[in-house]
Design a protein around this ligand. Structure first.
Ligand code: OOG
Ligand code: NI
Length: 268
């Protein structure tokens, strides 16, 4: 018997908010101004395209809960491939899963990542808690820095392991805020950093999706040899527009997603 959907998302949220203090604060600010429950537009997960942790293995958990595979996305420069999943229940968050195409990376990165993933068992990947089980390997700070030089995504994943890297507020469901720009202003008024890569509002009404995100929090992490403060997770905001048939657009926009990935970049 698998955990039900609500339990899975509650556990993902608990694990995410542990390392994302700003999400808790933003939640409170929106809640305070809204007096409403926050509906999640989507969450996102990251992985390496290596057995036994590839995209499909993560997706399996959602397929088992009634999710279905929908769009796919290519991020050539970042060497990523992604898919999104939807559930027939319109209140269920969409799920965006990406994977690093390791064979396109340097032999050094490939060898590091292979060693990290080697210790992950198929049993642990199939376990109910896998999607919020964090890091399954030991990692020293120097290796983290080396990964960072080549791929911010690889370094983030090596440091944080398996968890939701962001939750996303559905702006459509907010009552006191109508635009992503309004949300960005609220964030900045409250001292949060908005991801400005490609502009603070990503996408347009023509794309049928507008998004923005905070820059990831920076929190201390215990590496095998030392503690260091690095970017953790971020909070995102999405406003969807209706398609010609009147139903809301459910997909993602690759050009916007490409910039959202950068919310966990260290140098910003
Ligand atoms: C996913 C970035 C893409 C979106 O909404 O376009 C994304 C990630 O950072 O792992 O979430
Ligand atoms: Ni997102």
């Amino acid at each position: 018997m698998h955990t039900d959907r609500n339990t899975l998302f509650e556990n993902l949220w608990a694990n995410y908010q542990n390392v994302t203090p700003s999400a808790v604060q933003v939640h409170r600010i929106l809640g305070a101004e809204e007096d409403q429950t926050i509906i999640n537009d989507h969450i996102a997960l990251r992985t390496f395209n290596l057995q036994p942790v590839g995209l499909d293995a993560l997706a399996e958990h959602f397929l088992g809960l009634g999710y279905r595979e929908r769009g796919e996305y290519h991020f050539k420069a970042k060497k990523l491939y992604a898919r999104h999943y939807e559930h027939p229940d319109p209140e269920a968050p969409r799920v965006f899963i990406s994977e690093l195409l390791t064979e396109q990376c340097s032999p050094e990165l490939q060898s590091v990542v292979k060693t990290l993933v080697e210790g992950v068992t198929e049993e642990s990947v199939a376990a109910d808690n896998f999607l919020y089980s964090g890091r399954h390997w030991s990692l020293d700070y120097d290796t983290y820095r080396k990964l960072l030089d080549e791929s911010e995504y690889a370094a983030w994943l090596a440091a944080w392991g398996f968890r939701a890297n962001h939750f996303t507020v559905s702006v459509n469901h907010l009552h006191n805020f109508e635009t992503v720009a309004d949300i960005n202003q609220l964030l900045k008024d409250n001292g949060f950093k908005v991801n400005g890569s490609g502009g603070e509002v990503k996408g347009s009404p023509e794309d049928l999706l507008e998004q923005s995100s905070t820059m990831a929090d920076r929190v201390p992490v215990q590496f095998s040899d030392q503690e260091a403060t690095i970017p953790s997770c971020f909070y995102e905001f999405a406003l969807r527009y209706p398609k010609p048939d009147g139903s809301l657009y459910n997909g993602f926009v690759a050009a916007s997603a490409d910039k959202i990935f950068e919310s966990t970049n260290a140098g910003m």
